[in-house]
Design a protein around this ligand. Structure first.
Ligand SMILES: Cc1ncc(COP(=O)(O)O)c(C=O)c1O
Length: 460
């Protein structure tokens, strides 16, 4: 058989071969095999084409990662050049290479001055594995080895490796043998789902105070870090009330607990700021990064450390017993440089902040603010969620919200738009290069999907 990956075979043929050999992510494989997966063969800008020639507007940037959209020749050229010159070398044998050095210079020119060092990985999950080990090592060096408990949040997502699963708060993942000792969780700041009568501000403070209670219960001397996404991504693009992050920051500082932001989704312009913690106005000690670092063209992630942490590790730590064969991979680094340069020099992040981001948010609020299926519109920049609700005023959610949202997502595919469902929320995060025309199309097709769903479930 000749090597051929560009849509030269019949879709059913591809599906049969896929079913014979491939286990997919987060799906019932038997059910998927019966249905047959969509076979994507090409991408350009905001659009994808499947093997049967159907075109989709990708409202999810793949999985929150193709920040520059598909088909960028500059990223392709950067990878080719690096493949020609030095396709691989490692960071183990007292060596380095220009690609990783120049990537770090560029990355730290974009980050706030508070940060100075990075540990590179291949993915977001590995960034969080590195986080767990680095945070514990930091406290060991400072003579506090008992400070090792990591506190995460229920319905938080930090990846699919063992440590990142334990850190995350997806119970169905824990149940698949995915829990470890010394991981604890507090509730998520999900105001709409909260049944009480608290205002968002009051609820945000209360949700944050759970962290203080947890630290006091465990003993501050045993708690290494609190880890959270600035806004929850996989959990449903849940934006916490404004009162949340300042209170979390106060608590972490008061109890000498590291504050670690998972910026795997929020980083690299998603909210209109370079990093989501800047949007919310707090100052984490570490940032986990991936996805938008290379616009998903090639796998790369990393853990960014504050100057304070890096100084302890570098000046007092001795041997740091951690490393991956592909840490700082030269081809990934070259693609990341081209990607970050384009995001900066083409004014992409600035445009999301000042123009297209506010435009998307305004359109969504105009179209869905009073829609009978939608209880709340949340988001900023190029990240948004439509909360489905039976009764907006009382925040009553549908008992079968999962089915409704899943159906809406399927209708979206039929209509040629990719939006995702998580529980009762329809979520979107288009490529940051989307212009007003593409935003109009995204909102319009989403409206058709939501209307059709409402009709099918007797709401419209
Ligand atoms: C916030 C967050 N952290 C970590 C990860 C894991 O990243 P990866 O899938 O690259 O391992 C994800 C993936 O979606 C994520 O959303």
């Amino acid at each position: 058989m000749t090597a051929q990956i560009s849509g030269q075979r019949d879709t059913r043929d591809y599906q049969a071969a896929d079913a014979a050999h491939h286990i997919h992510a987060f799906l019932d494989q038997k059910a998927l095999n019966a249905e047959g997966p969509r076979v994507m063969v090409r991408g350009e800008g905001l659009y994808l084409w499947d093997n049967d020639g159907k075109r989709y507007l990708d409202g999810m940037s793949g999985l929150w990662c193709t920040n520059l959209g598909y088909g960028r020749k500059d990223l392709n050229a950067a990878a080719s050049r690096q493949l020609e010159q030095l396709p691989y070398y490692n960071m183990f044998f007292h060596t380095t290479h220009p690609a990783v050095i120049e990537l770090s210079e560029l990355l730290f020119s974009l980050l706030p001055d508070h940060y100075s060092h990075a540990i590179y990985t291949n993915s977001g999950s590995e960034a969080n594995e590195a986080l767990i080990r680095t945070v514990r090592r930091y406290w060991q060096i400072l003579g506090k080895p008992q400070k090792k408990i990591m506190i995460g949040r229920w319905n938080g997502y930090h990846g699919s490796t063992l440590g990142s699963t334990a850190l995350g708060g997806m119970k169905f993942m824990h149940e698949m043998g995915g829990m470890l000792p010394d991981f604890e969780h507090i509730d998520e700041p999900y105001w709409f789902a909260h049944e009480g009568n608290l205002s968002p501000a009051e609820f945000g403070r209360r949700a944050a105070l759970q962290l203080e209670e947890k630290i006091l219960q465990l003993g501050a001397d045993n708690v290494a870090a609190f880890v959270a996404e600035p806004f929850q991504g996989a959990g449903g693009m849940i934006f916490p009330p404004e009162s949340y992050w300042p209170e979390i920051q106060r608590i972490c500082r008061q109890y000498d607990v590291l504050l670690c932001a998972d910026e795997v989704i929020g980083g690299f312009g998603r909210t209109g700021e370079w990093f989501a913690h800047q949007h919310f106005g707090f100052q984490p000690d570490t940032l986990s990064i991936a996805k938008g670092l290379t616009s998903g063209y090639i796998p790369m992630g990393g853990l960014v450390l504050s100057k304070r942490m890096a100084e302890v590790l570098v000046e007092q730590g001795g041997v740091f017993a951690h490393g991956l064969t592909y840490s700082g991979h030269p081809v990934a680094a070259a693609v990341a440089i081209a990607n970050l340069t384009a995001l900066r020099d083409e004014g992409v992040v600035t445009q999301v902040k000042n123009d297209t981001g506010p435009y998307l948010q305004q359109c969504l609020r105009e179209v869905f603010g009073n829609h009978p299926l939608v209880g709340e519109v949340q988001g900023a920049g190029f990240v948004a969620a439509l909360q489905l609700a039976e009764d907006k005023a009382t925040r009553k959610r549908f008992a079968n919200e999962n089915d409704i949202a899943w159906r809406c997502r399927t209708i979206g595919f039929e209509e040629g738009v990719i939006i995702r469902s998580t529980l009762g929320r329809m979520i979107m995060a288009p490529a940051l290069v989307a212009g007003r025309g593409e935003i109009d199309e995204l909102v319009d097709k989403t409206r058709i999907a939501i209307d059709r769903t409402a009709q099918e479930f007797g709401v419209l």
